[in-house]
Design a binder for this molecule. Structure first.
Ligand code: CP
Ligand code: NVA
Length: 320
């Protein structure tokens, strides 16, 4: 018989707001330790400890990916486990089977499921019906694994993030939503500089306020970056929107976001101690100039590398 989902105790990694600050802090610290412990080794070599030996992780993608797919795959192998890549469009749930039935069946084959989905609701349904851990590999609403890498990268370059100021300049998208969760859980100030028509969800801002977080909307990006330790941006149109916006929608999105582009002038206003973060892939010349992305303040390649280390900490926490 299928046990009711509510009785299951799987440790899901769905969003940062669902986890307590102590757990998140431990994951970041574990990731930093794991990175140091295997420094200089070939990427394909195992870690010393193999906490996930014999474990199988399903990686399901309904959207393209470079970093998420490869970092989960390599990370799982370094920990002694195995992965199985699945294109969501080829699976039966892309053709009418319910997400719940998929979750119950997959739970009999694999020890964990990472999902990148177009519908946040699919992630929720999967986690409610699965008896194995479910990890959010990006939805139309959030990208928590990205934020674990971003916090780790910030701290490698600028020390503890608590009490610091980070500025998001651009569209209030899924990555921005996870930055809002992170600001509350890791206790730093987040200034979101964006036009009103593409701002973050009001419910998210209300949640941050209710939790005592310091998340502030600032219309002028130059005012926002004053005193910031990091400036962050992302593409102006996220994957799930690209098909819906149409040519006119794209044009107006670009027009309203042009003044939020992170360029050399904005980074100069932030000051030379501010780092630049971007989850990648970037649309060079749109949300960020080549000069900033490739410049001395940019830490985007460290940030991409840290997807690997921070997700390994999440995998050990969830699956071992
Ligand atoms: N940052 C990120 O999630 O990249 P991918 O889309 O390549 O996985
Ligand atoms: N905002 C981006 C993140 C990509 C990793 C998107 O969802 O398209």
């Amino acid at each position: 018989m299928n046990a009711p989902a509510k009785l299951m105790t799987a440790k899901h990694f769905l969003d940062l707001d669902a986890l307590d600050p102590a757990t998140l802090r431990k994951l970041i610290d574990d990731a930093k330790r794991m990175k140091v412990a295997r420094a200089g080794r070939p990427k394909g070599a195992h870690d010393d400890a193999l906490p996930l030996k014999g474990r199988m992780l399903a990686l399901i993608f309904e959207k393209p990916s470079t970093r998420t797919r490869i970092s989960f795959d390599v990370g799982m192998r370094q920990l002694g486990g195995e992965t199985m890549f699945l294109d969501g469009r080829d699976m039966q749930f892309g053709h009418g089977e319910t997400v719940g039935d998929t979750a119950r069946v997959l739970s009999r084959y694999v020890d964990g499921i990472m999902l990148r989905t177009k519908r946040h609701q699919s992630l929720i349904e999967l986690s409610e019906a699965a008896s194995v851990p479910v990890i959010n590999g990006l939805t139309d609403r959030t990208h928590p694994c990205q934020l674990m890498a971003d916090i780790m990268t910030f701290e490698e370059h600028r020390g503890p993030i608590a009490g610091k100021t980070v500025v998001w300049s651009g569209a209030g998208n899924n990555v921005c939503a996870s930055w809002i969760h992170a600001a509350v859980r890791f206790n730093f100030e987040l200034r979101v500089a964006c036009p009103p028509e593409v701002g973050p969800d009001q419910r998210l801002l209300a949640w941050a306020k209710q939790e005592g977080g310091r998340v502030n909307l600032v219309r002028d990006p130059f005012e926002a970056v004053s005193g910031a330790s990091a400036v962050v941006t992302d593409t102006w149109v996220q994957m799930s929107e690209a098909d819906q916006l149409g040519e006119g929608g794209m044009r107006s999105r670009h027009n309203s976001l042009a003044r939020y582009r992170v360029d050399e002038r904005l980074m100069a206003a932030a000051g030379k101690d501010a780092i630049f973060l971007h989850c990648l892939p970037a649309h060079r010349g749109e949300e960020v100039t080549d000069g900033v992305l490739d410049g001395p303040q940019s830490v985007v390649i460290d940030e991409a590398e840290n997807r690997l280390h921070s997700q390994k900490a999440v995998l050990v926490w969830a699956l071992s």
